[in-house]
Design a protein around this ligand. Structure first.
Ligand SMILES: Cc1ncc(COP(=O)(O)O)c(C=O)c1O
Length: 280
């Protein structure tokens, strides 16, 4: 179970008790997993790339056949929940669920503490194991959509742990590297950074977008494309990226140890700076 949120607000309604039920059992977001969501990192009280995350929420909602999210109401709910949580470093989640009639769609903002396992994991590096995840071959399975139907992503994490690793790297049936269950995946070959192309149906990570710019500024050559797992396993350095985990070094992939950390460390520092964080 995850820790209980620190604060919650419902768009258009205001602050609510974060431990109270916020959706009804007949809301399709709960009953069928047909709701969109976003997870953002809050630095110094400010959510990073809020508008970009709202845009992605809108895109996911469209693919799920949900009504358009109300950006103004979601901004208001996020601000209320953040003010109430009164913590400068936090995780903000936005949910957009179809709701029930006559009220209609419901937007929820939840603020939680940053999980305390992240910094020790960053210091250690994560062990990844590759798992087949054939979603790319079936575009109607909503690739690149951030819906609350994350049971298979959680199952991938659990399977990785069952195999003695920390997390998974998902590959298509032909061995093409895709992404992690909740991260984008990167590696370094000499001075070149590689990450799978969005054309593969992976999630367009907001952190991925920022890191592409920061890595270019730092003088790395960058390639995005379609790559076999062998390229990743043979890399000089591997890391993952997400809003909450930020830049996470990888210590091994499929049992092959990876000692390289230079880009992961440099980009983590650059990311915190770009986010206006007080913490290096
Ligand atoms: C499948 C998947 N890929 C990538 C990411 C990273 O996206 P972001 O950097 O926007 O957090 C996530 C984040 O939750 C994800 O669920």
């Amino acid at each position: 179970m995850t820790a209980r949120p620190l604060a919650a607000a419902v768009a258009g309604h205001g602050l609510v008790d974060p431990t109270a039920p916020l959706v009804t059992a007949d809301d399709e977001g709960f009953a069928r997993g047909r709701a969109a969501f976003e997870t953002l990192r809050v630095y110094g009280g400010r959510p990073f790339r809020f508008e970009e995350h709202l845009d992605r929420l809108r895109a996911s909602s469209g693919r799920l056949g949900l009504p358009e999210p109300d950006p103004g109401a979601l901004r208001g709910a996020a601000q209320l929940a953040l003010t109430h949580a009164a913590t400068s470093e936090a995780v903000l989640r936005l949910y957009w669920t179809p709701g029930v009639s006559p009220e209609g769609p419901r937007g929820i903002a939840l603020v939680s503490a940053v999980p305390d396992w992240i910094e020790p994991a960053r210091a250690r590096g994560q062990r990844l194991v590759s798992l087949a995840y054939p979603r790319r071959s079936a575009p109607w399975l909503l690739p690149g959509t951030k819906s609350v139907s994350y049971a298979t992503h959680i199952a991938a994490e659990s399977e990785a742990k069952r195999r003695g690793a920390d997390d998974a790297v998902l590959v298509d049936l032909d061995g093409t590297v895709l992404e992690g269950p909740v991260t984008n995946v990167w590696w370094r070959e000499g001075r070149t950074l590689l990450t799978p192309s969005l054309e593969l149906g992976i999630l367009a990570g907001e952190t991925r977008a920022v890191l592409l710019d920061l890595a270019a500024e730092a003088g790395y050559d960058i390639e995005t494309g379609m790559y076999p797992l062998e390229r990743l396993v043979a890399a000089d350095e591997v890391f993952t990226s997400s809003s909450v985990r930020e830049v996470m070094p990888v210590a091994s992939v499929d049992g092959r140890a990876l000692a390289g950390r230079e880009v992961a460390v440099a980009l983590q520092t650059a990311l915190r700076r770009a986010a206006g964080s007080d913490e290096p």
